[in-house]
Design a protein around this ligand. Sequence first.
Ligand code: C2E
Ligand code: MG
Ligand code: MG
Ligand code: MG
Length: 285
Amino acid sequence: RAKEQGRNRFCFYTQDLNRQAVDKLEIEVALSHALSRGELLLHYQPKVCTTTGSIVGAEALLRWRRNGELVPPGRFIPIAEQSSLILDIGAWVIDEVCAQQARWRAQGLDMPQIAVNVAARQFAAGQLDTVLSEALHRHGVPPQCLELEVTESMLMDRPAESAAMLRRLKELGVSLSLDDFGTGYSSLAYLRQFPIDALKIDKSFVDHIETGPEGCAIVDAVIALAHRLGLTVVAEGVETTGQQAHLRAQGCDVLQGFGLARPMPLGDFEALCSRGALLGASSQL
Ligand code: C2E
Ligand code: MG
Ligand code: MG
Ligand code: MG
């Protein structure tokens, strides 16, 4: 009996694994056609300056409209990142942001810098500087209109090569920021070897701000230390006014999160930028 049960359980287990593998494969195949079918698009989430309240940038976030419905990013981005699909998709995101910046300039619009997320595989492939400079040239836009977001784990994998790549990117003139800071294992002292401009404090730390003094301790220390190292500090995942007030009081430079603005389609982002500031100036707090 036990044997039978065991066999049944094994059956369910493999069925489950098969299901997952098939789902994943199905997504991978469909995703491989998404680019050529024009199913990929970008949403933009504003980054807001804590002192002026104005929109100082935005993060481009990848979206996939499949059969008219948006596929949740968590369902397809990790799959793209596990395959070489992310190389083409990542290059498309960079090209699309440059093309968009060129369109805005042609329309005489004064739009902020746009940040692009870089995948580990894309970074490790060693072509990112070439991909980037070709896209900038193709669309005739200055490097200042672009920012790249990289993560700690990407840099720690092969620190010497990573530092060299970041220096080449910096030489091209784009801004660099460290995404999801605090989720890896590196210290700020260690990160000094990389030529980054800004640090994004991960949402998991921002979430703890209102849980008490210990929750604030890490965030406050990171802001102070990052400033002493000359880095701009961005807080991600800011949802509540309490978090906003605390981060502004601590001198955090830039806020990003649902509490300020959600990621939104292009048209909504343009409309929001034309309306001006998202927050009152800090003196009004
Ligand atoms: P990320 O770069 O850390 O981006 C922030 C994510 O947090 C976004 O999720 C954003 O919608 C979400 N977020 C922002 N503010 C809040 C908030 O206040 N509350 C909550 N709960 N969430 C908030 P999204 O768009 O689902 O993207 C998830 C991840 O997918 C990104 O994390 C990034 O790692 C990756 N990703 C997105 N676009 C691209 C891309 O073009 N290329 C690559 N390689 N990865 C991308
Ligand atoms: Mg990011
Ligand atoms: Mg992030
Ligand atoms: Mg994050």
